[in-house]
Design a protein around this ligand. Structure first.
Ligand code: PGA
Length: 255
């Protein structure tokens, strides 16, 4: 099965009404040419801007997504945003378990698995992030760490696992300008692919994105790897020209 490549921008905590409008309009202007019908594009934006970006992208091929979701459906959880709320504002995707959430907000594998479940229950595709720190890589634990992180999500989500997107994001590559080599990334993606295959008969639907300093210059070689089905793009998704070049590389890789 050929999986349509997905390029998802992760704006993180960046943007303003004015900057978002300029960025989204520029992305939309170049999107048909860059993506063709061979690649999908999405932007995962801060929750307050979902409505704005949903309006700007209405009727276009650009999907919108959130960067986190609550495990809870509703109630006394100050500051939390539920999957149903995100859905009302058109979120098609929600990043869960980003390393910045794991690191700065203490999210555990079990919570990440529950967040994926909450998203799926609301009809939102979770983009489940896994990845090792530099210390874990140097200690030879890369495979064990990513397998443990994905196993928790498989355990809680059972047969729905074919509905998720996985993002392999080595923590040492995020925002550092240090990208995993295509071979390093492919090696981990193959491990994740095998794990998904063992868990589901529909695993060939699941896209495994690479994230961590993917940019206009290195996207093509990463996306040429057999098990790299797209990218989760931080810094480079804030520049329309760079983001469009990455989308064009995904489209070319799929040709
Ligand atoms: P980066 O971030 O592209 O800026 O490294 C990727 C991410 O954290 O999703």
């Amino acid at each position: 099965m050929t999986r349509k490549k997905l390029i998802a921008g992760n704006w993180k905590m960046n943007g303003s009404l004015e900057a978002n409008e300029a960025l989204v309009r520029a992305v939309l202007a170049g999107l048909p040419g860059a993506a063709g019908d061979r690649a999908e594009a999405a932007v995962c934006v801060p929750a307050p801007y979902l409505s704005q970006v949903q309006q700007l992208a209405k009727g276009t091929a650009l999907a919108t997504g959130a960067q986190d979701v609550s495990v809870h459906a509703s109630g006394a959880y100050t500051g939390e945003v539920s999957a149903a709320m995100l859905r009302e504002f058109g979120a098609r995707y929600a990043i869960v378990g980003h390393s910045e959430r794991r690191q700065y907000h203490g999210e555990t594998d079990a919570q990440v698995a529950d967040k994926a479940k909450a998203a799926l229950a609301a009809g939102i595709t979770p983009i489940v992030c896994v990845g090792e720190t530099l210390a874990e890589r140097e200690a030879g634990q890369t495979e064990a760490v990513v397998k443990r992180q994905l196993a928790a999500v498989i355990h809680v989500n059972g047969h729905c696992i074919s509905e998720i997107v996985v993002a392999y994001e080595p923590v040492w590559a995020i925002g550092t300008g240090k990208t995993a080599t295509p071979e390093q990334a492919q090696q981990v993606h193959a491990v994740l692919r095998a794990q998904l295959h063992a868990a589901s008969t529909h695993d060939d639907r699941v896209r495994i994105l690479y994230g961590g300093s993917m940019n206009a210059a290195n996207a093509a070689t990463l996306l040429a790897q057999p098990d790299i089905d797209g990218g989760l793009i931080g810094g480079a998704s804030l520049k329309a020209a760079d983001f469009l070049q990455i989308i064009a590389a995904a489209s070319a890789a799929a040709a």
